[in-house]
Design a protein around this ligand. Structure first.
Ligand code: Q46
Ligand code: ZN
Ligand code: ZN
Length: 300
């Protein structure tokens, strides 16, 4: 296998681009894909203060690295979720990465700062842990950004994540979620802009990127992920991609280009007002995060 660019020995093939790359040209490919995503979707302006959500996994650390390579300075925010050894190791990887580069990593500790962990929340809600976890992550990242003057929150959602979420939303015709599934969610009162600069890179590419760049990331999967439907959707999509390379990218980028706008406005039925407890914008009287906190507190 030879590098499509320089004909030197290739270390990875990217079938959907009908290409293979040596380490140096693979890094160039990853940077090009991120630059293209940022430009195509108008994700960032030069003066933006950017906050990267840093879990300590491959996607978020690669994202931070790629943004720096593209001259987008960003601080990190790590949320400590209290998921046993998995969280301890994730925090270690995130801190080690930031301190080796002298970059700023902020932390929010769900247990110390908010009085509960994700396993506590799952037990109190009797639902899969990922619902309480996703809700908490969205709320806390946005709150941190708004309170500390960041314009943008960048997350490490990659092409595989977006394809799996899109398939789930289509299978259930979740029109409200489809209306909000965008590579950029614009800022609104009480909300920082949300961007996903990795939407043009797959999971396998991001793992290879970290190996080539010698980024030490948390390799374990979250032990609470097993109830997550997206794992099954990823398996199905991997099967389709194997038979027909480019399927995932066509599905996701075709949706962004031609499908998504048909669903905008589907979720704006209720006007937002400040949460009575924390002030975050919410359609109800109390926001979902504060309701979650109250449920966990009741049980404790
Ligand atoms: S950390 Fe949280 Fe993920 Fe674990 S509980 Fe689910 S959402 S799987 S990215
Ligand atoms: Zn090359
Ligand atoms: Zn609230």
């Amino acid at each position: 296998m030879k590098c499509t660019v320089c004909r030197g020995p290739a270390v990875i093939d990217v079938r959907r681009h009908n290409a293979a790359f040596c380490p140096d040209h693979f890094i160039v490919h990853c940077r090009d894909q991120v630059r293209r995503a940022i430009t195509e979707h108008d994700m960032l302006s030069p003066d933006d203060r950017v906050l990267v959500a840093v879990s300590g996994g491959k996607d978020s650390l690669a994202l931070w690295d790629l943004l720096a390579a593209l001259d987008v300075p960003a601080d990190g925010l790590h949320l400590r979720l209290g998921i046993g050894d998995y969280s301890t190791e994730s925090t270690r990887a995130a801190r080690a990465y930031a301190s080796a580069r002298g970059w700023t990593l902020h932390e929010v500790d769900l247990d110390a700062d908010w009085g509960f962990t994700i396993p506590d929340a799952a037990a109190a809600t009797h639902r899969v842990p990922c619902s309480a976890c996703g809700l908490s992550k969205r709320h806390l990242c946005n709150q941190y950004a708004v309170e500390h003057g960041y314009d943008v929150v960048a997350t490490g959602h990659n092409l595989d994540d977006e394809a799996a979420v899109l398939l789930g939303n289509v299978l259930r015709w979740e029109t409200g979620y489809l209306g909000r599934q965008q590579p950029v969610l614009p800022a609104a009162p009480g909300f920082a802009r949300k961007v996903k600069p990795l939407v043009r890179l797959g999971e396998r590419e991001l793992a290879a990127y970290c190996v080539i760049r010698r980024i030490d990331y948390q390799v374990e999967e979250c032990p609470l992920a097993s109830g997550n439907r997206h794992l099954a959707y990823k398996e199905v999509l991997n099967g389709l991609e194997h038979r027909s390379p480019g399927t995932k990218a066509a599905f996701v980028h075709g949706f962004f280009a031609r499908g998504q706008t048909r669903f905008t406005g589907e979720d704006t039925a209720t006007p937002l007002q400040p949460c009575a407890t924390c002030g975050a914008p919410t359609p109800g009287e109390v926001c979902a995060f504060c309701r979650l906190r109250a449920r966990v507190a009741e049980r404790q």
